[in-house]
Design a protein around this ligand. Sequence first.
Ligand code: GLN
Length: 539
Amino acid sequence: MARYIFVTGGVVSSLGKGLSSASLAYLLQSRGFKVRIRKLDPYLNVDPGTMSPFQHGEVYVTDDGAETDLDLGHYERFSGVSAKKSDNITTGKIYNDVLKKERKGEYLGKTVQVIPHITDRIKQFIKHDSSKEDFVICEIGGIVGDIESLPFVEAIRQFANDVGKKNALFIHLTLVPYLKASDEIKTKPTQHSVKELRSIGVQPDIIICRSERPIPLEHRKKISLFCNVDIKNVIETVDVKTIYEAPISFFREKLDVQVLNYFKLKTKKPANLNPWKKITKIILQNKRQVNIAIIGKYVELQDAYKSLDEALTHGGIDNKIKVNLVRIDSEKLKISEIKKKLKNISGILIPGGFGKRGTDGKIEAIKYARMNKIPFLGICYGMQMAIIEFARNQLNLKNATSSEFDKKGLPIIGLLNEWSKDGKTIKGTDKDLGGTMRLGSYDAKLQNNTKIRKIYKSKLIKERHRHRYEVNIAYREKFEKGGMIFSGLSPDNQLPEIIELKNHPWFIGVQFHPEFKSRPLSPHPLFSSFIKAAKIINE
Ligand code: GLN
């Protein structure tokens, strides 16, 4: 039977629950255990698919086509295990399911209530499809004390009772602030947060204390005493220089050992930290640098392009070079400033996006990359914009556009609402915005004698999609004659998946999101190759 580890947060959000859960997953896995990580989000959206990246950060997409919280990206990158649709749930989805059942009369006339009906649905989510795992780590979004997280905490309290306390462990992550003025470390917020948690029936077994500086023993003792937690289970996590140090830091703090002790389990093999030590060293000791511009609409919020930032860093690790990300707001990018703004840039990346705002800046930047032979990678919307730029400026189709933002022009990018996958037809729609795009993993065939084929070293690839519009295949011949090759196609030859320029050192656009599959311990070939090209022109 699986053991369940619940991770809650206290005091403030953004303390790194996701990273802590992902690091713990890595450590347990490397000791020979099978681990699954799940996220429970307290907001009312059914999934984050319709949420703006400005607010919530990136929407992460799984192989099986779920639009999920970005923490699932951390989980995949650290644990190497592909997340599934069934690994993320929200309050909205839970209520949706319960209310659908209620309408069908499946509660047989009973009064439907938070306890037990909502909590039962949460417990069902935690447990389903987990019998083959050694551990299921469940992260509860938000912080303890929020009204919205109450049903989740209640559900995990009940759950521990259901499976027996020896099979369930509660980890609480809190902030231990340092006050400069008085040169003091404060444990009171942690005490209060644990008090809050205990008042709703959950006694933490392990407390992870996030702190700017090491926490002295006397303070740990205080936390142990006031919070009723064994001193060995008061674990500190001091700010790391790179997130890839996190598994090393938790290993030093014996988080994994304490978890195994709790469950009275012996390690199957020693934990292997060497891969993380190796990449941390590369990241921290790199003297050489390369500047990559990300030109998009959501540059203000750090987390809006989380997987992309990570994938570029991975490309840097593979090339032993530090990647400086220069974020440029496409809405504010004036045509007259492009040359100046992109002066010290060795690679230009246009990420995924939606809607008209900022498209002019993107198209101009693409033109600049094309004409000046600067390595260019266009992802999803970025590829669509590269197609429009080429059509307008090289093929002289001046009114070429996408029907996403212009219904009157020549729709080289158009709405497609049927896709074939594994012999089946999948229908999309733009009536309902949630979950109706081409989502998840699709095959693409790579053409012979193309750059992309050399990069992937494979004829058939699988990549994750999240879009509603497609490049119109009818223009293929025109584009190829003009020098832009459709080097990757869907297996039925109907959908252009990859484009590249013939007479350019490195100009590639992909209709999918390769960034979701890049991992620090196995960088994605497309990002490695892009950074390599940028490194070459930088020399
Ligand atoms: N807006 C575009 C579409 O729906 C691209 C989406 C994206 O970049 N993920 O097709």
